[in-house]
Design a protein around this ligand. Structure first.
Ligand code: B12
Length: 221
């Protein structure tokens, strides 16, 4: 198969949630020299975007979304070590979780992979993470940044609930807080009192590095 055929098939097979085919195509693409970024950004992510659009139109239902998500996650398992292959020194510790009530983890996992690739030490506290879990994670791991992911308009208010709980625990000054997820905007991040927001994994990495640099500069000033 040519790279274009692989991308097209990856797009189509992800859309119908054919996990074994997505895995095979991912491996085949890599074996002929395609880059993990190409597979991710030119096939897997656009396919999942179309899955979301179909769900919105009522053409797809939860089971279809679920199997498409699983197919993408299987490919991510193969791409993860390749995307994270750097050897850069640790630039900081990032504690990441999907908020309580929300099980969407593909976006979070992608951000984690890119952060690891950029030299962050990432601690993933999983999905449906309650405020107490974020607090326990901060106390245990002393991260530079806490990242919160939400994919539902109904779970976005958990950002504020988490930030309030972190404040109440006396830990707010110790961490930078970043938020993200499909429905989240910079405006919403500002309103809920987060320090940073990013719409995608690559921007999240840049923003995380900038925020750490700013924090270190202000501490040393
Ligand atoms: C796959 C999927 C599912 C799967 C999730 C599987 C999984 N393991 O994640 C399943 C089937 C479980 C699911 C369930 C539901 N889903 Co759903 N789902 C999706 C879908 C199709 C894709 C989401 C995804 O993973 N995208 C891929 C990633 C890569 O997305 P991304 O946004 O580009 O990610 C980037 C950024 O968001 C950012 N980012 C993400 N997190 C963070 C964190 C930080 C700190 C930072 C800085 C950045 C950042 O970086 C990411 C990487 O570049 C979306 C549609 C869509 N287009 O988003 C709907 C969608 C999110 N789901 C939706 C809904 C309604 C539901 C359900 C309520 C359906 C139902 N009736 O049961 C349930 C809720 C379950 C729950 N309690 O959480 C709606 C949400 C509408 C809304 N605005 O609230 C959407 C938008 C579909 C739609 N168009 O209506 N879903």
């Amino acid at each position: 198969m040519t790279p274009d055929e692989i991308l097209k098939n990856l797009y189509d097979e992800t859309m119908i949630g054919n996990a074994p085919a997505v895995l095979d195509l991912t491996n085949e693409g890599l074996s002929i020299g395609m880059t993990p970024e190409q597979i991710l950004f030119e096939a897997l992510i656009p396919s999942l975007e179309e899955v979301g659009a179909r769900f919105e139109r009522g053409d797809y239902f939860v089971p279809e979304m679920l199997i498409a998500g699983r197919a993408m996650s299987g490919a991510l398992d193969v791409l993860r070590p390749l995307l994270a292959q750097t050897g850069v020194e640790t630039v900081g510790t990032f504690l990441m979780g999907t908020v309580k009530g929300d099980v969407h983890d593909i976006g979070k996992n992608l951000v984690n992979i890119m952060l690891e690739g950029a030299g962050f030490h990432v601690i993933d506290i999983g999905v449906q993470a309650a405020p107490e879990k974020f607090i326990a994670g901060i106390e245990e791991h002393k991260p530079d940044i806490v990242g919160m992911s939400a994919f539902l308009t109904t779970t976005m208010p958990m950002f504020k609930a988490n930030i309030n709980a972190i404040e109440k625990a006396g830990l707010r000054d110790q961490v930078i807080i970043m938020v993200g997820g499909a429905p989240v905007t910079q405006e919403y991040a500002d309103v809920c009192g987060a320090d940073g927001y990013a719409a995608d994994a690559a921007t999240a990495v840049r923003r995380a590095k900038d925020l750490i640099a700013q924090r270190r500069a202000s501490v040393n000033a």
